[in-house]
Design a protein around this ligand. Structure first.
Ligand code: PLP
Length: 398
């Protein structure tokens, strides 16, 4: 019997959501079912890299839906071959396995590294990960994550993920044993509050892992597909990882993710990995439409330019209101609020029709569409400026 008393109560209660229903999206804007419009600087948590319902993705989906939805992952299909070829051509990797979510792609990366350890390193299986990391919500990826709130959950954890400190090479070196098979990290820790690994640290990590015969695994689920101003973040450091995962932006709003590896690291054997919907032509057609736009040099340059503009506007706001640093790269930026007022700002901005995100109580994270306009940035900054002014006045009165 359905005992739900409110229309929202049919869904499992997994997070606090504002009591509105979204019905339409276009570019940087979303509309709820009362017709209220919201300027979106979250974009599904860095998912809609071309904005809401971009025509290129909508058209690719409609065309592919009329042709072929899913033949079975046991058969080849055109869009998955084309997308894999385009990703391989645009990166340092040789082989691709498609998945349906970032967590699933990372789960695949962990399995691939363990398979490599079984084949080449006498069963080594440990993957060094980092405090503050976020790699997903499967049991293994929660165990690989370094998120404090995950620590008491779903015990026992999957073993084999010792934690080092970001930008501290000695802390990685200390954890290497004959059980170690790789090091896995996000080049910018997004969920932790946008904490970048420095380029020198990434280069040192490449040297260290190469010297020890370990796999270097980049989780580019948040930073990949142009978000940092390069197609893939690893390019900033001038290094080549052995394995990379993509998610979020790769589908431009639809569930698509990918696990990429060099020929040497791509050691899955038949039966190791798979999935009913993996590499289905519908999602891969969307991925192709996204990659076609995002990989253009002029598009990536516009991400850099727009990112610098957003960064300078946030710095201006920070100076005006006595806040902290602006950090991040491209269009993945955070503003340090110095005080735990993130949730309150997000709630006020929501009321004003602007969607912001506060991944940590004292920080705001900005991950707009990669084609966000300067006028839209100005509109968001004006809204934030007004909220901060009101909060400052309230603090002075109190
Ligand atoms: N890895 C990183 C760096 C992420 O930011 C996320 C999601 O926020 C994930 C993995 C998990 O991706 P998904 O939510 O698609 O499973």
């Amino acid at each position: 019997m359905n005992s739900a008393t409110h229309p929202f109560d049919v869904l499992m209660n997994i997070t606090a959501r504002p009591p509105v229903v979204f019905v339409r999206g276009e570019g940087s804007y979303l509309w709820d079912d009362t017709g209220k419009r919201y300027l979106d600087f979250m974009q599904g948590w860095a998912v809609n890299c071309l904005g809401h319902s971009p025509p290129a993705v909508a058209e690719a989906l409609a065309a592919q839906a009329k042709l072929l939805l899913t033949p079975s992952p046991a058969f080849y299909n055109g869009p998955s071959l084309k997308l894999a070829k385009a990703l391989v051509d645009a990166s340092c990797f040789d082989r691709v396995f498609f998945a349906n979510s970032g967590g699933e792609a990372n789960e695949g990366a962990i399995k691939l590294a363990r398979r490599y350890g079984a084949l080449h390193r006498r069963g080594a299986y440990e993957i060094i990960t980092f405090d503050g990391a976020f790699h997903g919500r499967t049991l293994a990826t929660m165990s690989a994550s370094g998120k404090k709130a995950f620590e008491p959950l779903f015990e026992p954890k999957v073993p084999g993920f010792p934690k080092a400190r970001l930008n501290d090479l000695a802390s990685v070196e200390r954890l290497i044993t004959d059980k170690t098979i790789g090091v896995m990290l996000e080049p910018i820790q997004g969920e932790a509050g946008v904490w970048p690994a420095t380029d020198p640290f990434l280069r040192e990590l490449r040297d260290l892992t190469t010297a020890h015969g370990l796999l270097l695994i980049f989780d580019e689920i948040q930073t990949g597909m142009g978000r940092s101003g390069k197609l893939f973040h690893y390019e900033h450091a001038g290094i080549e990882p052995d394995i990379m995962t993509l998610g979020k932006g790769i589908g431009g709003g639809v569930p698509l993710a990918a696990l990429l590896a060099t020929e040497a690291a791509a050691c899955f054997q038949h039966g190791d990995q798979g999935g009913t919907f993996n590499g289905n032509p519908l999602m891969c057609a969307a991925g192709l439409a996204v990659l076609e736009q995002v990989a253009k040099p002029e598009f990536l340059k516009s991400v850099v330019d727009t990112g610098l503009y957003l960064e300078s506007e946030l710095q201006r706001l920070s100076a005006r209101h006595g806040l902290g640093e602006v950090r991040g790269r491209g269009l993945l930026l955070a503003l340090d609020l110095k005080h735990p007022v993130g949730a309150s700002i997000v709630a006020q901005a929501f009321g004003d029709g602007v969607l912001l995100n506060s991944p940590q109580p004292n920080a705001l994270r900005f991950m707009p569409a990669l084609n966000v306009s300067r006028a839209e940035i100005d509109q968001m900054v004006d809204c934030l400026d007004a909220i901060l002014t009101k909060m400052g006045a309230a603090r002075r009165v109190a």
